[in-house]
Design a protein around this ligand. Structure first.
Ligand code: GDP
Length: 328
């Protein structure tokens, strides 16, 4: 069945008035690989207002291994934000869905309270053949959500080590959820991901866990001090939280606000946003140029022949590449 398409004006009107149904349809449009949808999506994106670096919209990245309680946290934290009068959009990136067609992050029923909250919008992970492709779609979805005027956009990802760097490059603040206990406190999550975090939450700090959670907090805070200092002079904070008991949620928000105030005061927020845009521009340009090249049947054939010639030892890699470049 052919899905209904609106005019770009109608999409734009719906997005600007934060109409969630139309926003969803617009996101589906930009995720589509159908050539006529791609044209319409390009036209729509061209018409979006351009947000500047001083935009008030806070972009948060949240990660943590499966089971750490990301969806429960986002559900509780999201409700806290909407109760403060903020509107929020939650997007997810799930590298597992690219490989298996299934998804660790699952569907939107993971956040039951938020799913019913009129001030919250939840969008599950886009599917796509490459993580890079999915990253571009998520970037574009963020543009739509910014245009829709959400106060806070949360990008959630599974902490399994593939998508965190990508998410870090889309957000202002990167939050890592961890669990206490289980032997070595630093296990389970890669050191590189810890280095990216602006804040670590020791989650499920309730019941019998409280004591170990407090100990873990000290350990993580000490571990973070051993990392090289951030250029923005921010010292990553560690806090405790129980989403089930609704404790530590306010602390988490205060740390984020403190970060945002400090970074917009010293100009790092604006600089980071400008750098992120530049990087996305370069990546997207490369991605689109390659896509365009691969669309040419002759060139595709040349590329395939080169691969065969490389495999059978007839030509080395740089020579094959320069022959292709000569043909462009
Ligand atoms: P995700 O895979 O990271 O999204 O994790 P979920 O949010 O699905 O939570 C995994 C399990 O941890 C579920 O059984 C939750 O009920 C439980 N859980 C989540 N938050 C808390 C919490 O604050 N305290 C405790 N004790 N359990 C929690």
């Amino acid at each position: 069945m052919k899905r209904k398409r609106l005019s770009t004006e109608k999409y734009l009107e719906g997005i600007l008035s934060q109409n969630k149904v139309i926003l969803s349809q617009a996101i589906t449009l930009i995720e589509s690989t159908n050539p006529s949808d791609e044209l319409l999506a390009t036209e729509l994106i061209r018409k979006l207002p351009v947000s500047d670096e001083s935009s008030k919209c806070i972009k948060l990245g949240i990660t943590g291994v499966p089971g750490v309680g990301k969806s429960t946290f986002i559900d509780t934290f999201g409700n806290f934000l909407t109760s403060k009068g903020l509107s929020i959009a939650i997007l997810s990136i799930d590298p597992s869905s690219q490989k298996t067609g299934g998804s660790i992050l699952g569907d939107k029923t993971r956040m039951e309270n938020l799913a019913r909250d009129p001030d919250a919008y939840i969008r599950p992970s886009p599917s796509g053949s490459t993580l890079g492709g999915v990253a571009h779609k998520t970037h574009e979805t963020i543009l739509l959500c910014e245009a829709a005027g959400f106060d806070c956009i949360i990008v959630e990802t599974v902490g399994v080590g593939q998508s965190e760097t990508m998410v870090k490059e889309m957000v202002d603040f990167f939050l890592l959820l961890m669990l206490a206990g289980g032997g070595d406190e630093l296990q389970g999550i890669k050191r590189g991901i810890m280095e990216m975090a602006d804040s670590i939450i020791i989650h499920k700090a309730d019941g019998d866990n409280i004591k170990t959670a407090k100990r873990a907090k000290v350990n993580y805070q000490n571990a973070l001090h051993l990392f090289p200092p951030n250029l923005n002079n921010w010292i990553p904070q560690v806090s405790l939280c129980s989403s089930l008991q609704n404790t530590g949620i306010e602390d988490a928000w205060q740390i984020i606000q403190q970060f945002m105030n400090q970074m917009s005061g010293n100009g790092f927020l604006q600089k980071n946003r400008a750098d992120q845009k530049q990087k996305w521009f370069t990546n997207l340009l490369q991605h689109k140029l390659l896509q365009k090249l691969y669309k040419s049947p002759e060139l595709k054939q040349e590329i395939n022949q080169s691969i065969e010639r490389i495999s059978s030892g007839q030509i080395n890699v740089p020579s094959a590449v320069s022959l292709i470049l000569d043909k462009i």
